[in-house]
Design a protein around this ligand. Structure first.
Ligand code: PLP
Length: 425
């Protein structure tokens, strides 16, 4: 029996607590778990038996969240991490080694551009940035040292929608995984695995939790990639010395990447999500579809209104007929193009700063995907570390304001935007 999304977002992964019958998933606020006996402990440490050892690796509350997100994304398994950025490292860690490279879209969240272009260099990983709409450029950037292609389904902040099927055809041909950051879309609006993604990462900080209370991330594995088809992924296909020569792919099959993420990734990198945060995210996910529908409804109406405003030069919302990505909405995000977009003001950089300072209902914060409407000027904040060229490629020009439309009354949001646009000049 397969359930619909609205049912799964409430029930997937959860069952009444075996000890108490508690209907809601308890917060297992514990560091460690008592072993039945020494043999049980040994079996757990050898990965011969699945169970709980220590909450850096696994925790029952976090496990429910992992199963829930994996189910909503249509994946085989998932590993929760302490942030979206942690999830990106955790996704690449089993694939990469010094001297290897990853091909990355130029249209990414500003923090991700910095993480890929600066910090990953310290690991000896190279990031090769390409226009994700240019299949020839992606193919040309891939060589025998490339271990993945990384892009966002709906890009933050510009709302660009990647042609996932076309990119997946390129990665399939090259025999490497496609990693998709699905943060802006959420699995309610876009399911990248259905379009060929191998791994999906999220900042759960955003729409999945949905109310600005948590920093968290997750890596979902489709379970479909053949890690043993080439010698490119020895961490998954070759004997692991830290586990007496166990081969993850041979032993765990479609769960190889997930088990590696827990048994090696979380064990040694320690980017663990805490059970309290997992609880808040589980609460948020219960209403994901309801919230996303309202985000889309409000964003569509407000983007259309903004596009006609005389102080506005352009609006990037992919749900607008004027968007070059409008045709991709039906294919990749049939329930809508989310609630995030940028507005280009005729009054330039200074006008953007005045607008942000004048808004009253919108909060000026470095976040998105909250029930509250949020605004930020990327060029002076989240994308501040980027060069002019990177800003342009990322869709975050100096005259652009990023807006994350909340679930409030759209009339109130329009009234607030109108008064702030007039003050922007
Ligand atoms: C916020 C964000 C991230 C980083 O997530 P954190 O939880 O802040 O670490 C990654 N990708 C996208 C698209 C984001 O919006």
């Amino acid at each position: 029996m397969t359930y619909g999304f609205d049912t799964l977002q409430i029930h997937a992964g959860a069952r009444p607590d075996p000890a108490t019958g508690a209907r809601q998933t308890p917060i297992y606020q514990t560091t460690a778990y008592v072993f039945r006996d020494a043999d049980h402990a040994a079996a757990l440490f050898n990965l011969q038996e699945v169970g709980y050892i220590y909450s850096r690796l696994t925790n029952p509350t976090v496990a429910v969240l992992q199963e829930r997100v994996a189910t909503l994304e249509g994946g085989a398994g998932a590993v929760c991490c302490s942030s979206g950025h942690a999830a990106q490292i955790m996704a690449l860690f089993p694939l990469m080694a010094p001297g290897l490279n990853v091909v990355v879209s130029t249209r990414l969240y500003g923090g991700s551009i910095t993480q890929f272009s600066q910090t990953m260099q310290r690991f000896g990983w190279e990031a090769r940035f390409v226009d994700i709409d240019d299949m020839d450029a992606i193919e040309a950037a891939i060589d025998d040292k490339t271990r993945a292609v990384f892009c966002e389904s709906i890009a933050n902040p510009g709302g660009h929608i990647a042609d996932l099927r076309a990119v997946a055809d390129v990665t399939d041909k090259a025999g490497i995984p496609l990693i998709v950051d699905n943060t802006t879309a959420s699995p309610y609006l876009c399911r990248p695995i259905e379009h060929g993604a191998t791994l999906v990462v999220h900042s759960m900080t955003k729409y999945l939790t949905g109310n600005g209370t948590v920093t968290g991330g997750v890596v979902v594995d489709s379970g479909t990639f053949d890690w043993s088809a080439s010698d490119k992924f020895p961490s998954l296909s070759q004997p692991e010395t830290a586990y007496h020569g166990l081969k993850f792919h041979e032993t765990f099959g479609p769960l190889a990447f997930t088990f590696h993420g827990i048994a090696i990734g979380l064990r040694d990198l320690g980017m663990t999500l805490n059970p309290q945060a997992a609880h808040y995210t589980l609460m948020g996910i219960e209403t994901l579809s309801l919230r996303m529908e309202r985000h889309v409804q409000n964003a569509s109406r407000i983007a259309e209104w903004l596009e006609k405003h005389d102080r506005v030069a352009s609006v990037t919302y992919a749900g607008l007929k004027s968007s070059p990505y409008f045709d991709r909405v039906a294919k990749y995000c049939p329930r809508g193009a989310s609630g995030l977009f940028t507005v280009q003001l005729k009054s330039g950089y200074d006008g953007c700063v005045r607008m942000v300072d004048s808004l009253e209902l919108f909060s000026h914060v470095a976040n998105l995907g909250d029930t509250r409407s949020l605004v930020i000027h990327p060029a002076s904040t989240t994308h501040r570390q980027l060069s002019d060229e990177q800003l342009k490629a990322a869709g975050a020009g100096p005259d652009m304001v990023r807006i994350s439309i909340g679930t409030e009354d759209a009339d109130d949001l329009i009234a607030d935007l109108d008064q702030a646009l007039i003050k922007a000049g």
